[in-house]
Each structure stands twice: as structure tokens, then as C-alpha cells.
Design a protein around this ligand. Structure first.
Ligand SMILES: Cc1ncc(COP(=O)(O)O)c(C=O)c1O
Length: 369
């Protein structure tokens, strides 16, 4: 039932998208659909959906469907040109999660992985299930504590993972501090910088760690077409890294890219007009979440991502259940200092309205911690 609503918005996207491009109608007004019966705020997707060029490319690649993608050089080169990096420093993966999981579990055979907490940890959990040890360093004032991470590095550390902006807090690292941390630490161990929400950042080109890949450091920048490009279901992402890391990832990869994801990524990479529309949409959704929290007297962190971290002042797991009973799914992160916090993902305005209606009753249901 819920999927019908979401998909009807996406199918209606051809009407919605041009209005956004022209910077005319409010994306939220344009996107109003029937009320949602379930709100999928536990994931970070972009229902604004693929760009018009990506939609066309997906349709046009149907004749290629019987064939494997054998040559991914063209997209690697296109990404490389954007980043001023040669093809040997670019690898594609099936969503960035695939690259993150494969590299974390392989590098983790040499020692433990180090990461802030809370952070995006799906790939770290994957590595852990394969026998890798993961050590976590708490945030300081909701920010990744680079000094504490530096101090936590031992000869047994095999890799450091950073997420910028961090998921779930939406916090950005100070760019100079990030670069100097990566420059130093990558002399000893590889540093992964997960830039899944990179395109949303105020001038994105100035916020990336890719310059360190250019200058030869063992830094692995992970990016994705899932978030701002609206292609989560087509599973396509990439890393920027030293040629030996690119080779390492390709040696671990079990399967090739899919035709539709490849075609859509080729068609949408760097499409500024589309990105402006998608970013406006996502920011409007984020503002809607802020408004709902403010109306309910809840504090939250200003976010650079497609999600907002909210302090409910109540046990987060209980809030999760109370919201789920009212059709709203949210996510809770495993972190001792954030037991009352929930992460609310951007979604369609109809889904966010359902959240707005469900929240007061859920707050009533769950006594304060
Ligand atoms: C920070 C971060 N990195 C990576 C991913 C993985 O996304 P994908 O595999 O779709 O590229 C996500 C998805 O939620 C994420 O939030």
C-alpha cells in the first residue's frame, strides 16, 4: 500500500521535476500526494528520484539487459575527469555499501577497525560478522572526535572509518582538521572517508577529501548515486583511492555492475540543473522535520545529510515501537550516549506529514527517560 504512494510520486516526477528546475513552485507543494499510510523514515533515500536524463537512459538501456556490463571504463573516466584523477584511482561498486563492506572485511583481517560512535556502521557490522574487531570512539559534543581517534590508534589498527557528514548526526568535520588527520594517519593505516551525502554540501567540491587521493595518500573516498542522485534501487557507487586499493576492491568484487544503474549514473553524473532541484527538495524535507520537532518541543541537530538526529528525551527503542504502531518507521543507532535519540530520514512530504501526526501521540505514550 505504502509503496503505491511513494511510487505514484515518483511516476509523477516528470511533472514535478521541471517545476523544481525552474525554481518556481515549492517542491513540497508540488509533491503533495494522497496521505501516506506508512512512512519510511528509517532509511535515507531520495524520493525525488532519478533525473530526467537518467530516466531516459534507463529506458534506452533495455536492449542491453541480456548482456553483462563488461567495460566500465567510460564511467570511471567520467568520474575521474570530474575529480582530476586517472582511471586507476576510480573503482565502481554496487552501491557504496558493497565497496565499504568488502574493503572493511578484507583490510580488517590485518587488525581492528576504528570508527566514531554513533556512525553509519552497516559495513562495520558486516566485517564484524566475518570475525573482524571494530573499536568505537565516542563523539565529543556530537562531533567526530579526531583527537581521540588519533590517540586510539595502536599498531593493531588496520583502518580508520570516517563519515562526513556523519550519519546519524549530520555533522560536518572541520575541513582543514579532516585533511590534516587523513594526511597523518594514512601514513600508517588507510583512512576511509565516506562522502555519501557529498553533493548536498555547501560547495561540495571544497568539502571532499579527494585531493588527498590525488596527492597519493592512502585515503579511500566512498561516494554513491543512491542519495542525492535518487538511484538507491539501482545500486551504483564508487571509490576514489590509490591504484592498489582500486585493485584490491576489484579483486574482492563478486559481480559486475547492472546495465540500468550504469546507464543512469552515466547520464546523471554532474547534472547541475537536476542536482539543484534534488537538493532543494531534500532541504525542504529536512526543514519539514525541523518544524515537526520544534512544534513538539524536541531538540535536534542541524544536519548536512538527508536525515535529522532528534533527542526525544525518552528511551529511543520505545519511541521506535510507539511510532511504528502509528505507521512511522525510524532508526535507532547503537551508542551508549544516545539512548534517547532517533534518526528521522527525509521522505515524501506525505510521509513526513504522517510523522507529524504520529509524533505527539507517540510522545504521550512513552514516559520521559
Ligand atoms: C553514510 C552512508 N554510507 C553508505 C551508505 C550506503 O549506501 P549505498 O550502498 O546505497 O551507496 C549509506 C546508506 O544509507 C550511508 O548513509
Amino acid at each position: 500500500m505504502f509503496h503505491l504512494h511513494r511510487r505514484s510520486l515518483i511516476q509523477g516526477g516528470s511533472l514535478l521535476v521541471p517545476a523544481l528546475w525552474a525554481g518556481r513552485a515549492s517542491p513540497l507543494l508540488a509533491a503533495q500526494t494522497a496521505p501516506a499510510t506508512r512512512a519510511r523514515l528509517n532509511v535515507t533515500e531520495n524520493p525525488f528520484g532519478p533525473s530526467p536524463a537518467a530516466r531516459k537512459a534507463i529506458m534506452a538501456c533495455v536492449p542491453e539487459a541480456p548482456y553483462y556490463v563488461e567495460d566500465e571504463h567510460t564511467l570511471r573516466d567520467k568520474i575521474g575527469q570530474n575529480e582530476n584523477l586517472e582511471r586507476e584511482k576510480v573503482a565502481l561498486s554496487n552501491g557504496s555499501l558493497d565497496a565499504l563492506s568488502l574493503l572493511s572485511s578484507d583490510i580488517g583481517r590485518k587488525g581492528h577497525l576504528l570508527a566514531p560512535q554513533p556512525t553509519y556502521a552497516t559495513h562495520l557490522n558486516y566485517a564484524q560478522r566475518r570475525g573482524v574487531t571494530v573499536r568505537y570512539v565516542p563523539l565529543l559534543n556530537h562531533a567526530i572526535d579526531l583527537d581521540a581517534l588519533r590517540q586510539a590508534i595502536t599498531p593493531e589498527t588496520a583502518m580508520v572509518y570516517l563519515c562526513n557528514p556523519n550519519n546519524p548526526t549530520g555533522n560536518m568535520l572541520d575541513h582543514d582538521k579532516l585533511l590534516s588527520f587523513c594526511e597523518d594517519v594514512s601514513k600508517k593505516v588507510p583512512v576511509v572517508v565516506d562522502e555519501a551525502y557529498f553533493e548536498l554540501l555547501p560547495p561540495a567540491e571544497l568539502m571532499t577529501a579527494s585531493s588527498l587521493v590525488h596527492s597519493g595518500h592512502d585515503v579511500i573516498v566512498a561516494r554513491t548515486f543512491s542519495k542525492v542522485y535518487g538511484l538507491a534501487g539501482l545500486r551504483i557507487g564508487y571509490i576514489l583511492a590509490q591504484p592498489n586499493r582500486v585493485k584490491q576492491l576489484y579483486s574482492l568484487t563478486t559481480t559486475s555492475r547492472n546495465q540500468a544503474g550504469y546507464a543512469a549514473a552515466m547520464a546523471s553524473l554532474g547534472d547541475k540543473a537536476y542536482l539543484n532541484g534534488a537538493i532543494a527538495y531534500l532541504k525542504s524535507c529536512r526543514n519539514m522535520i525541523y518544524d515537526i520537532c520544534q512544534k513538539n518541543g524536541l531538540s535536534f541537530l542541524q544536519s548536512h545529510g538527508t536525515f535529522v538526529y532528534v533527542n526525544t528525551q525518552r528511551p529511543a527503542e520505545k519511541m521506535k515501537t510507539a511510532l511504528a504502531q502509528r505507521g512511522v518507521d525510524i532508526r535507532v543507532f547503537d551508542a551508549p550516549a544516545y539512548q534517547t535519540w532517533i534518526r528521522v530520514g527525509t521522505a515524501t512530504p506525505a510521509e513526513l506529514e504522517l510523522f507529524g501526526r504520529a509524533l505527539p501521540a507517540a510522545l504521550q505514550d512513552v514516559p520521559k527517560a
